[in-house]
Ligand binder design. Structure first.
Ligand SMILES: CCCCCCCCCCCCCC(=O)SCCNC(=O)CCNC(=O)[C@H](O)C(C)(C)COP(=O)(O)OP(=O)(O)OC[C@H]1O[C@@H](n2cnc3c(N)ncnc32)[C@H](O)[C@@H]1OP(=O)(O)O
Ligand SMILES: CNCc1cccc(CN2CCOCC2)c1
Length: 393
């Protein structure tokens, strides 16, 4: 059971693992050369910022081989612009973008990414959070033709080496599957914006109680209709001048959670300013045009696998927010309007942050997917998703 993960510094299910590092090594202990890999393969560092062709190769690997739902009806289709954004925040390390190519034709067969992140972790006994520089791991992907050959542990060990050599010893990551050992498990919720398309691609079903209506789909459209303009006075798109205020209110909001990132001004600029087709952010500005509230969402489409009428599901995912002068359910109501106006079919979210405060009133329904959260080399007790303030792309 867990031939690889049983060898790793992650909680192994024993109770009461101590909080904090599970093993202590120094940079001197870290191998200086890359982990050995099959002779027909080679390590490769794509230049996702400067090379559109390198970025295209990572994009295509993920488009065709990344995460699908359990029934293989949908597969994530992160865009080029989204991947460039997700992989190159301030202080990113090019070598933490770890790819594997076939030597003969240079085709990309696998990938795993790491980016730097400052995570504030509160001791479970209470008290001040400890801010720890960690690596956030994402986009682990092996080509469908190379699955179940133990290549994933090799990718994980190599990215670990490249992180350790820079004196960073913890990571945070999420997965849709249960591994040793989650510190929280969140549930997905979905808010229909385009019920007709969602039913046509079998993302949604017409609830049985609608069958009593003469025109069930008409009733579904009515139920999920949203205003086409924001309700909150002073609601507008975020702009560069809002960065200092957003940094202040967002860090204050996130400090309430047991596990959450902290953002520098440069990180607020990178992660939270609007980027067309990628991330959408809004503030509520007071009479001096100073941001008092903030809310955001990102675009993550999925390929619809094998549907004749539609080949893409346009999904928005709720991102970070700070609700201070208006309740989050009012602020998120304006997100639904903005997402509908921009052509999204659905808004997806998790029961992390204060999201449970709006799920019911805004007509989100539970999904059948979960997102499990993990630390690498950091013992931490299992906490409820509502005490987690980290959003993973
Ligand atoms: C200090 C710095 C540390 C940095 C590193 C921190 C750790 C980061 C960890 C990674 C965080 C990733 C976050 C995300 O990106 S989550 C998204 C993961 N990607 C996908 O689901 C895309 C589609 N699937 C695939 O591409 C492959 O199936 C993958 C690549 C997922 C596995 O490839 P394959 O199916 O061909 O298997 P194998 O024969 O090579 O290897 C089998 C071993 O791999 C373990 N496995 C399977 N799936 C995952 C998974 N999602 N996280 C961690 N481990 C996983 C599995 O339990 C088994 O180990 P053990 O059970 O026998 O022990
Ligand atoms: C947070 N990063 C994207 C993600 C990665 C892996 C797994 C999941 C969650 N799955 C998605 C597919 O449908 C079922 C639930 C999401």
């Amino acid at each position: 059971m867990h031939e690889f993960w049983s060898t790793q510094p992650v909680p192994q299910g024993e109770k009461e693992a101590q909080e904090g590092p599970l093993e202590k090594k120094t940079v001197d202990d870290v191998p200086k050369s890359p982990y050995p890999i099959a002779s027909v393969l080679e390590w490769w560092v794509p230049d996702v910022l400067e090379s559109e062709d390198d970025l295209r190769q990572i994009y295509e690997l993920l488009r065709d081989n990344y995460v699908e739902d359990d029934d293989s009806m949908f597969r994530f289709n992160y865009s080029h612009a989204f991947l460039k954004w997700a992989l190159t925040p301030p202080g990113y390390v090019k070598e933490w973008h770890v790819a594997v190519r076939r030597k003969n034709d240079k085709s990309v067969v696998a990938f795993i990414s790491g980016i730097p992140i400052d995570i504030a972790v509160k001791p479970s006994a209470g008290g001040d959070a400890e801010v720890r520089k960690m690596c956030e791991i994402n986009f682990l992907c092996i080509h469908k033709r190379l699955r179940e050959k133990k290549l994933a542990p090799i990718l994980i060990k190599e990215v670990t080496r490249r992180v350790n050599v820079l004196d960073i010893w913890q990571a945070v990551y999420t997965a849709g599957i249960v591994l040793p050992t989650p510190f929280t498990s969140a549930q997905y919720f979905h808010r229909s914006l385009n019920p007709e398309k969602l039913v046509a691609i079998r993302f949604s079903r017409i609830p049985p109680q609608y069958e009593k209506f003469q025109n069930p789909m008409q009733m579904m459209k009515r139920n999920y209709a949203v205003p086409n303009a924001p309700a909150v006075r002073g609601f507008r798109e975020m702009e560069a001048g809002d960065v200092p205020a957003v940094k202040s209110i967002l860090n204050a909001s996130l400090a309430k959670f047991s596990v959450a990132p902290t953002f520098t001004e440069e990180e607020v600029h990178h992660w939270l300013l609007p980027r067309e087709g990628v991330v959408f952010s809004f503030v509520v500005a007071d009479s001096n045009n100073v941001a008092t509230d903030f809310v955001s969402f990102y675009s993550l489409p999925s390929t619809v696998i094998g549907n004749s009428k539609y080949n893409e599901l346009n999904a928005a995912y709720t991102y970070y927010y700070s609700a201070n002068t208006v309740p989050i359910k009012v602020l998120m109501g304006d997100v639904l309007s903005a997402a509908k106006a921009k052509g999204f079919d659905v808004v997806n979210t998790l029961d992390i942050l204060d999201n449970k405060e709006f799920l019911q009133d805004l007509k989100f329904g539970p999904g059948d997917g979960n997102l499990h959260y993990y630390f690498y080399n950091w013992g931490y007790p299992i906490v409820q998703p509502k005490s987690v303030g980290l959003v993973m792309l």
